[in-house]
Structure formats: structure tokens, C-alpha cells
Design a protein around this ligand. Structure first.
Ligand code: PMP
Length: 305
């Protein structure tokens, strides 16, 4: 990953990929207080377009606010830099990673004079869980790890340190032979995947957990907008794992995971064990929108050219 051609934007400058490095005493590396985004640019008939860039940049600034980090750039500057990175790397489609981190200005929890640094990288990245997963769905296991409690980790921040919980859960699921973990909150209700929000369909109604201990996913919001446009009944409430077991359909949403059907949870087949009809409808609307084939939300596509 570190050894490749291309450019990374760092603190206002485009640097050659191999030179975008940090010191070993980088504060965020030690204590995990930092924040980031995960965005995608898709190939469209008018060239690469970043999907919902405005919302991603806004969430990055909100994460920094929650963590009391001062980003030394404006929203407009970060938007422009994000487009510049996709352009400079000549990417038709990309995964984009903005990161805000404290540097090596000090060490210790009370370090004074820490400065928030910003880097933005972009590289080609196919479907996160595989093309096969998008069509046939994945096998999911309820995690032995709980999702963050709202007063331990602040889950509205896409904070670097929050992902230790995600990595433990993801690793456990994989080592157990599953594709992804489903995490419950501290009360035992379904929260989200290790890097995705989750939905289920039962008797034609679309359900998704309330966001108490989950990230406010931008893909989740996109899917809810599509569902509303299609006149589907939507219920946001606390959901139990056994409600998922007896659902007709279930799927994950996320920038990386896009819309991935779930075909099995805890060794119970969901619905008919294949991508469900409503999942297929929302998934195709998603891919048609991000790639500019549908233009009912032109404000969501930010062309880089
Ligand atoms: N939950 C978690 C924990 C995530 O990391 C992500 C990915 N950012 C999501 C949900 C989905 O968010 P989005 O749709 O904005 O990518």
C-alpha cells in the first residue's frame, strides 16, 4: 500500500505517494484519537464523480467537533482537495480516505500544542465484500463483542479508535468462517456491522435499527430516501437478533460494502437464502444513481473534472 505511484494530499500539498509519511511518535498512532471518512468516486458518463461528497465532508467536520480537533481547512477546501486527489491520480473510480490526525508535536494524554493534520488518499478498490456477495449475499455471525456504549466511545464520530471494536468483531467473524459480524448494543439490540449499517424486510416493511450506538451512515440515508421515493413503509426501531432471524430479507449498507445482501445469520437462512426482491430493487437503484444512470438526485454526484 505504501509503495506505489500516485499522489496523496497532505496538509495542503499533493505529495508523491511514497513521501506521505508520518513520524513514529504521531500522537494518533498511540492513543487512537483522530477521525476519518470513507468515500467512493464512481465512473459516470461525465467522468469520475464522488458520491455525496458534501455529506462526507460534513461528517468529517462533525467527527472532529465531537473529538474537539480543529481542522485547519474549510469545508470548501477539503471538498476541492478531495476532487484534486481523484484527478491527480487519474482515477475513473476510487475509494477515498480523508484522515484527520494529531502529529508528533507532543506525547502523553495532556500533550499541549497538538496540531490536527489532514491527509486525503484515493485508490482503485472494487467491491468490499466481493462481486459474488453483491449478488448472492453473505454469511453473518452475531459478534461476541458489543457495539460501543454511547458514553464510552462517541459513535457519531467516525473516530479512528472506534475501529478497534470493528476490527476485533470482523476478525472474529472471519476466523469463525463467516463473512461479516453483526454487533449488538449494550442492551442486546442489533446495532450495525463492523463497517456497515443494517436493514431487514418483513412482510413488505423495511426496518432498520435506530442510530443510538451506530454510525449515521450516508448509504443508510440514501437507501431510506430510495425507499421513501418507492413508497415502501419504513420503520426505525430497536430490533432484536431473532427479528432478523425470521426476516424475509436482510442487507448491509456502507460506502465500502455498498448494498450487500445477507443470506444467513447465525446459521439461519434468511428468507429464501438469496438476494430478496426489495434488496434487489434498492441495490439496483443505488448502483444506477452512483454511476449517473439515474439522475433523480444530481446534487449527490460531485464530478471531479
Ligand atoms: N457503520 C460503521 C461502523 C462504518 O464504519 C460505516 C462505514 N463508514 C458505516 C456504518 C456506513 O456508513 P456510510 O454509509 O456513510 O459509509
Amino acid at each position: 500500500m505504501a509503495d506505489r505511484d500516485g499522489f496523496i494530499w497532505m496538509d495542503g500539498k499533493l505529495l508523491p505517494w511514497r513521501e506521505a509519511t508520518v513520524h513514529g511518535l504521531t500522537h494518533t498512532l498511540h492513543y487512537g484519537l483522530g477521525c476519518f471518512e470513507g468515500e467512493r468516486a464512481y465512473a459516470t458518463p461525465r467522468g469520475a464523480a464522488i458520491f455525496r461528497l458534501t455529506e462526507h465532508t460534513k461528517r468529517l467536520f462533525n467527527s472532529a467537533k465531537i473529538l474537539q480537533m480543529e481542522i485547519p481547512f474549510s469545508h470548501a477546501e477539503i471538498d476541492a482537495a478531495t476532487k484534486e486527489v481523484v484527478r491527480a491520480n487519474g482515477l475513473e473510480s476510487a475509494y477515498i480516505r480523508p484522515l484527520v490526525f494529531y502529529g508528533a508535536e507532543g506525547m502523553g494524554l495532556g500533550a499541549k500544542g497538538l496540531k490536527a493534520h489532514v491527509l486525503i488518499a484515493a485508490w482503485p478498490w472494487g467491491s468490499y465484500l466481493g462481486q459474488e456477495a453483491l449478488e448472492h449475499g453473505i454469511r453473518v455471525k452475531v459478534s461476541s463483542y458489543s457495539r460501543h456504549h454511547v458514553n464510552i466511545h462517541l459513535c457519531k464520530a467516525k473516530a479512528t479508535g472506534n475501529y478497534m471494536n470493528s476490527m476485533l468483531a470482523h476478525g472474529e467473524a472471519h476466523r469463525g468462517g463467516y463473512d461479516e459480524a453483526l454487533l449488538l448494543d449494550r442492551e442486546g439490540y442489533v446495532a450495525e456491522g463492523s463497517g456497515e449499517n443494517v436493514f431487514m424486510v418483513r412482510d413488505g416493511v423495511l426496518y432498520t435499527p435506530t442510530l443510538t450506538s451506530a454510525l449515521e451512515g450516508i448509504t443508510r440515508d440514501t437507501i431510506l430516501r430510495f425507499a421513501r421515493d418507492a413508497g415502501l413503509p419504513i420503520v426505525e426501531k430497536q430490533l432484536t437478533r431473532d427479528e432478523f432471524y425470521i426476516a424475509d430479507e436482510a442487507f448491509f449498507t456502507g460506502t465500502a460494502a455498498e448494498v450487500t445482501p445477507i443470506r444467513e445469520i447465525d446459521d439461519r437462512i434468511i428468507g429464501n437464502g438469496r438476494r430478496g426482491e426489495i434488496t434487489a430493487l434498492l441495490q439496483s437503484r443505488y448502483f444506477d444513481t452512483v454511476s449517473g444512470k439515474r439522475d433523480d438526485h444530481p446534487e449527490w454526484l460531485h464530478h471531479v473534472g
